[in-house]
Design a protein around this ligand. Structure first.
Ligand code: GLY
Length: 401
């Protein structure tokens, strides 16, 4: 017996309606506004504690998502007082991002895209912010310093060139739009060249024969050949970390967008098919796709993976033919509906987040992560929920990535 839902049984699930999208987005925006002053001068931490975020400084890889939420709320609201309030808050955060990259504070890693696309690129796209543009270009300059010509990839973490850190991770595909944007803005092809090389390397090695994905891929630092795949935050090396697979869905969509390579459509379909085929019957993934229906009592979900996957499907729908595009748009609507119905924050007095039941890092006997944010709100889950809702309400929305 298949313990997961089957692809064909997905047709029985309802999609989210325009009325629900409007309700959901306006509740998110109310939440952003309600707690805006609490985070003045700082940012929510990556994950909540008992469903409420604590204020922190601009550090780590996740603060850009909060600014992204503020910009999405800014785009949504109509009344001029709240619009101004949101713009002022977002601009103050952009100034913080400018200072962070100028002073090189906690930027020795590859997550420049997660930090600078939804904050500073968004600021530039929405308001023409010069500060946002300059900060984002400095961040792109920083990101390309992590390029490894031997193996042609951007090294994720750690000392550059060290054998035990000579690796890229699937998440990095979402850091690359910053480089495409930087080339477009500056006219300098060096950013795009590096992004393109990383994409081709990642596409070659990150997808396994059964269509699941490696979280991290180690390369040989002498020959540049594939060395081995491993996990950090997944359950074990051969399993499929749910969020890694979701980054793979959105990442292959971005690879199609930016390279225009038709063969990546097939990669997208494979990765997406694996993800959908390993969802439990309420459509919200467990933190690792190795778990299935019946594991609810022992294993937490990662709701953020559902909304990241939905955003990827909605992005990819732009590059697919009619029937395929409609198929993935409909699937995205079902995933977002599942999160809206069962996982979103409905009472904004009880939580300062948008989506419950995310999992940042869960320790297992076989992985190497430090446990953090298990069954909590996670800030990127909140952001991508708002992004998915924005995309569904306005398919022509000008993305921040
Ligand atoms: N990019 C790190 C994570 O998804 O947890």
């Amino acid at each position: 017996m298949n313990k997961w839902i089957t692809d064909s049984s997905l047709s029985g699930y309802p999609g989210i309606t325009q009325g629900e999208i409007k309700d959901a987005l306006s509740l998110c925006v109310s939440g952003v506004l309600k707690y805006l002053d609490d985070f003045d001068g700082g940012f929510p931490q990556a994950s909540s504690v008992d469903n409420n975020y604590i204020k922190d400084k601009n550090r780590g890889w996740t603060t850009g998502f909060y600014t992204g939420e503020v910009w999405l709320a800014y785009e949504y609201v109509k009344d001029p007082v709240n619009k101004e309030k949101l713009r002022t808050a977002a601009e103050k955060q952009v100034t913080s991002f400018y200072g962070r990259i100028r002073d090189k504070f906690d930027v020795e890693h590859h997550d420049m895209g997660f930090l600078y696309s939804p904050s500073c690129v968004a600021a530039y796209k929405l308001t023409g912010s010069k500060e946002g543009r300059e900060a984002a270009i400095m961040a792109a300059d920083k990101l390309i310093t992590r390029f490894q010509p031997v193996g042609e990839f951007i090294q994720a973490w750690g000392e550059m060139g060290a054998a035990d850190n000579y690796r890229f991770i699937i998440d990095c595909l979402l850091n690359l739009p910053l480089l495409y944007w930087a080339s477009l803005e500056t006219g300098d092809e060096k950013y795009r060249d590096i992004a393109e090389k990383h994409i081709h390397t990642a596409m070659k090695y990150v997808i396994r024969d059964n269509d699941s994905t490696w979280h991290t891929v180690f390369m040989d630092n002498t020959s540049g050949a594939f060395h081995h795949g491993a996990t950090c935050q997944g359950y074990m090396d051969g399993s499929a970390w749910a969020r890694g697979q979701a980054w793979g869905i959105y990442g292959t969509a971005m690879a199609c967008k930016y390279t225009g390579r038709k063969e990546y459509i097939d990669y997208f379909k494979r990765v997406t098919g694996y993800f959908l085929g390993h969802l439990p019957d309420d459509l919200c993934p467990f933190w690792d796709l190795t778990f299935g229906n019946g594991d609810e009592k022992t294993e937490p979900r990662d709701s953020s993976s559902a909304v990241i996957a939905a955003c990827g499907m909605l992005e990819m729908s732009k590059y697919l033919d009619g029937e395929d595009a409609a198929h993935y748009t409909a699937l995205a609507g079902k995933l977002v509906k599942a999160v809206y119905d069962n996982y979103s924050v409905k009472d904004i007095d009880s939580s300062n987040g948008r989506v419950l039941h995310g999992t940042y890092s869960k320790k297992s006997p076989y992985n190497t992560c430090t446990e953090e944010g298990v069954d909590e709100c996670v800030i990127w889950g909140d952001y991508y929920y708002m992004e998915a809702l924005t995309r569904l309400s306005n398919p022509g929305w000008n993305i921040y990535w």
